[in-house]
Design a protein. Sequence first.
Length: 140
Amino acid sequence: MYHNQFDESPNGQPFNQFFPPSFSGPSSPPPGFGGPGYPPSMSQPSMGGNTPAPTAAPPNFTPAMPMTTASSRSGSHSGSSGIRRCIYRNTFIWERNGHSYWFFPTFVSRNVILGFRWGRFGWVFSTINRDSILTFQCFN
């Protein structure tokens, strides 16, 4: 007779060789995972005060990098100084390594910015090292 890892144990309960008989697995995803807008096979954490990913795409343009990044009137800054005012706003990031992208910051600490980065598959949870930012610009 053929037996596999899910055959019944001696007490008549389903048996799985990888987990004890009392293990039934999680009954629901952990808090902050999955939710509307995510494919069932993918779940993403909701960080920065349990803020969900934005529901809309960022603006449909790529802004030009500011010539001078010191002017606060233009809405851009050099480095990551002042990025706290961009929390929960679409923000375009230019990194020192030449990469640039739309970001939706949800939490700013001394060294790291948490939020969602716009990519091919929509918003994806991401972190940015503050020292890697050349300049940024927030939009409403």
